[in-house]
Design a protein around this ligand. Sequence first.
Ligand SMILES: Cc1cc2nc3c(=O)[nH]c(=O)nc-3n(C[C@H](O)[C@H](O)[C@H](O)COP(=O)(O)OP(=O)(O)OC[C@H]3O[C@@H](n4cnc5c(N)ncnc54)[C@H](O)[C@@H]3O)c2cc1C
Length: 423
Amino acid sequence: MDPLIRIAIIGGGVAGASLIHALVKFSHLDVHIFESAAEFKEAGMAFGIARNAQAALQLIGPEAAQCLERAGAVPMRGVRIMLAQGEWAGSIADEIDEAAQGKRLTSIVHRANFLQELLAGIPQDQMHASKKLQKIDQNGPITLYFVDGTTHECDILIGADGIHSTVRKLVLGENDPAAYPQNSGAWCIMMLEPFDKAQAILGKELVDIENAREYGWVGPNAFLMHNILSDGQIVQFVITSNDREVEPGSWQRKAGADEIKKIYQDFPPLLNKAVIEILCNQPEHNAFYLWDHPKAHTYVSGPICVTGDAAHSTTPWQGSGGGMSIEDSMILSTLLGRAKSPVEALTALKVYDQVRRPRTQQVVESSRVTGTMLTGVNEETGLDIKKFKSFMSRWDFIIDIDMEKHRDEALQMMEAELRKSVV
Ligand SMILES: Cc1cc2nc3c(=O)[nH]c(=O)nc-3n(C[C@H](O)[C@H](O)[C@H](O)COP(=O)(O)OP(=O)(O)OC[C@H]3O[C@@H](n4cnc5c(N)ncnc54)[C@H](O)[C@@H]3O)c2cc1C
């Protein structure tokens, strides 16, 4: 059977890669992915793929779920939020323990390895690098125009083109303020260190592959996080602080060794030493600001939609932007797989928007508040251990979703919409 629906995905990050991985199994879909960079390659460091996203991978197919393992993901036995300063310095403020919950929690994976695994089985003639989308023409089918002068025709256009999304502006219109991201004022520096070095600095209790846990340390306007990835060969180390004033439009700032030392000077000695040894052996770092998207009123406009960060960029405080992208891919691929014509594919996009927008926008909002708590600047929680007692329940709505039910509800909504259009 000739493919009935031509789909173009713009952007080869985790959103685009997981989506094409999920869509190629449908023989009635002709799917192509276009990436502006010269290669399909993740530039970021590591991310946590929590159990909701792992469930979504499983529903995409066992092959997708295995990508995590093949990429050397390290399952965390728990996540501990520690207070780093004040009366309760060194104490656990709250934690999630996999054994106590009897459910998997999150796995930390090297981004580039994971992306490579997701794309491993995609036919080369459906993957197009060095293709930056410039504009589109929408008379009947959509014509995509790339910066290199080439074109491509499709029925459905999916923008997985990240926080600076071109497709988001097509969906919302360039005059909609929600088409553009906003700076949260928080900045961060991420480092990947060899396991042995990190363990020598932080000690065996904090860096232990047999008892791998993610630690987040909360101080006054300072956060520090570490976890383990790549089959226990690498430790990720992240520091974050907030700027009260930010130059409009700035994505990066310099953070000097003296400034970093000062921010972490009153952290417990082990952490303070780690900051100095890992980050202060060079005069300065490029720190990048954490941005997110204002609420969009829709993720869809006719045959065009956005997914992943193009739809709902979030600050990373709840470690869920990548996970939401994978969930998007599972739902969108299920609905597009059900569509039997370009017209039915429009219904798939409409339902995708209804199903995914509330959940993903809730994550963006919740993450903003979580960030103030984790950097110790939230007036209500401050550094008061009693106020952190049920802190981890902030993740419940994210990780405890019944993913199968979420998918089935989306499918039922689509069936109902299709029935309506027949009557
Ligand atoms: C510090 C930090 C830590 C994080 N930690 C976690 C975590 O632990 N867990 C988690 O789930 N999430 C985490 N996230 C969020 C996660 O990184 C993102 O949500 C995720 O990477 C988004 O993937 P994406 O594919 O939507 O976008 P991107 O990864 O940005 O991919 C977009 C792609 O589109 C391409 N592109 C852009 N414009 C065009 C164009 N015009 N034409 C063609 N191609 C184009 C780009 O080159 C890029 O490859 C974190 C984010 C940050 C900043």
